[in-house]
Ligand binder design. Structure first.
Ligand code: G3H
Ligand code: 13P
Ligand code: ZN
Length: 312
């Protein structure tokens, strides 16, 4: 058991035509809920830390909590930096013990993206850490990741091959129509599977990553809305599309929004039913269970990664 890279996970996932879930973590209850689900399912697991998470909880707390999760669960877990903004941040995380980093230079022109990414790869590989980079741009709005629809662009398959060859990255995040946050499609959900298949065929055996892959299950939006506040018109990636992606070369599926919805629904429900509670354990406990159930559902019914943890 230990903190591991995603190399073996992706090799097995690619061959087995399933995907490993990469779940965003922001506090102890989220980590515990995810890890309990992964343990029950004996699943490979990536826990990822965004810029927003570092700002909220600080990297050291999250890293120590993930180390505690490894010790407590006995699982192999990959600790990943999500959307690393620049070389300094990436270097800091590598030096602190992250086993995987993403450098997100996708907003730069192609040559600049190659140059920055290659610099990260050289630094990371010399220290046994793997690198994810992005080509093409997802739309969507979250704390530190904010791209307008008109600035989004799909991944060019030929550029993808050149990008992978010139940078030496370990996995590639592609844009095929997903976006960050709870509002992914206006009208019918649609992903460019033709493009995905072309990229997969050109990159034979190379692991692809799908960001913005929450499903935004209507029952959780309804639950949130039932117990207060209004989350209007939310729409995510249908589960059958994620299953299709997992069978077509996508080895890592990023999920954050669905965890937020599950946790929020549980807490709102708790307060609707127990308005005079003021012990945080009384509402964070159900929130942790809601996270666990959501992740277990993902592993079993969407990712297909049960029984894939390398400690088995
Ligand atoms: O890709 C974005 C993730 O969902 C993290 O969002 O920066 O608000 O934590 P955040
Ligand atoms: P969602 O907002 O769809 O959960 O995507 C999360 C993500 O891509 C984190 O990098
Ligand atoms: Zn993302």
């Amino acid at each position: 058991m230990g903190l591991v890279t995603s190399t073996e996970m992706f090799k097995k996932a690619y061959e087995g035509k399933y995907a490993v879930g990469a779940f965003n973590v922001n506090n102890m209850e989220i980590i515990q809920g995810i890890v309990e689900a992964a343990k029950e399912e004996k699943s490979a697991l990536i826990l990822q830390v965004s810029a927003g998470a570092r700002k909220y909880a600080s990297s050291v707390y999250l890293r120590k909590l993930v180390e505690a999760a490894v010790e407590d669960s006995g699982l192999d877990i990959c600790l990943h930096l999500d959307h690393g903004e620049n070389l300094d941040i990436v270097k800091k995380c590598i030096d602190d013990g992250f086993t995987s980093v993403m450098i997100d230079a996708s907003h730069h022109p192609f040559e600049e993206n190659v140059r920055i990414t290659k610099e990260v790869v050289d630094y990371a590989h010399a220290r046994g850490v793997v690198v994810e980079a992005e080509l093409g741009r997802l739309a969507g709005v979250e704390d530190a990741v904010n791209v307008k629809k008109e600035d989004a662009s799909y991944t060019d398959p030929n550029q993808a091959v050149e990008f992978v060859q010139r940078t030496g990255i370990d996995s590639l995040a592609i844009a095929i129509g997903t976006s960050h946050g709870a509002y992914k499609f206006k009208g019918e959900p649609k992903l460019d599977f033709e493009r995905l298949d072309i990229i997969t065929n050109k990159l034979q055996g190379f692991p692809l990553v799908l960001h913005g892959a929450s499903t935004v299950l209507p029952e959780f939006v309804a639950l949130c809305n039932k117990y207060g506040g209004d989350i209007p018109g939310a729409q995510g990636v249908p589960e059958h599309m994620l299953r299709q992606a997992a069978q077509s070369g996508v080895c890592k599926i990023n999920i954050d929004t669905d965890l937020r919805l599950a946790m929020t629904a549980a807490i709102r429900k708790h307060f609707a039913e127990n308005p005079s509670d003021f012990d945080p354990r009384k509402y964070l406990g159900p929130a942790r269970i809601a996270i666990k159930e959501m992740v277990q559902h993902k592993i079993k019914n969407v990712l297909g990664s049960s029984n894939s943890n390398s400690v088995l």
